[in-house]
Design a protein around this ligand. Structure first.
Ligand code: GLN
Length: 219
């Protein structure tokens, strides 16, 4: 039996870093659901689009008929978290030509924007100060970057949650949409997943338009 008070958080499980997100969801006391088909989205309280390879992921999203149903879930107000390739899928604009996919985040991203020499690196990310803590608190967050996208432009309603040592934004939030250019599931720091859980727990399940079995998501 599932405990209905624990938010149900889906992870798109077509490709990429799924297992670590599932473990992170459990670690913040939410219920993980692996999403492969539109019916897996029913009654989710939140969804994670993981890292991987965004070109492959966009093809698989369409091959499995998930594009419309994921957009419908987002319209119900369910919070979304996109990490790395997942951030690319959420972005309104992709530099250098790729068509945007979900257009749920008013940012421009540059794929592999940290350069080929820096295929992968780790950095301590500033999230706020003791005097002025940010939404993620004050202590630095350790970030693992793997062929990471760079956030090259932010719209006015996008809040910066964390910056890399050069000052580039690397975690952002616009309403219920969160995105990171790094992989928060690969460290033991659960602040990003806890934020998603808190947004999911705050969802009013009775709200009009709330996802349900007959809201068209399983089309
Ligand atoms: N470079 C990948 C892309 O453009 C993203 C890498 C990742 O998710 N770790 O899709």
């Amino acid at each position: 039996m599932t405990d209905s008070r624990r938010p149900r958080i889906g992870v798109l499980a077509l490709q990429g870093a799924v297992r670590e997100h599932v473990a992170a969801i459990r670690a913040v006391d939410a219920e993980p659901v692996e999403v492969r088909l539109p019916r897996d989205l029913v009654d989710l309280d939140a969804l994670i689009l993981p890292g991987g390879e965004s070109t492959t992921m966009r093809k698989l999203i369409d091959a499995y008929g998930l594009r419309g149903p994921i957009a419908a879930l987002a319209r119900t107000g369910a919070p979304l978290l996109g990490t790395c390739a997942g951030m690319i899928l959420l972005a309104d604009r992709i530099a250098d030509g790729d068509e945007p996919v979900f257009r749920l985040l008013d940012v421009e991203v540059r794929r592999n924007g940290y350069g080929r020499q820096l295929d992968s690196f780790e950095a301590d990310l500033a999230v706020g100060t003791a005097d002025v803590p940010g939404a993620l608190g004050a202590a630095d967050l350790h970030g693992v970057f793997i062929r990471a996208p760079l956030l090259s432009e932010l719209g006015p309603s996008v809040e910066v949650l964390a910056r890399d040592p050069d000052g580039n934004p690397v975690a952002v939030r616009q309403g219920r949409v969160i995105a990171t250019s790094f992989h928060p599931e690969l460290t033991g720091d659960r602040r990003i997943h806890a934020l998603l859980r808190d947004l999911a727990a705050a969802l009013d399940r009775e709200a009009p338009g709330r996802q349900s079995k007959d809201a068209g998501v399983t089309e």
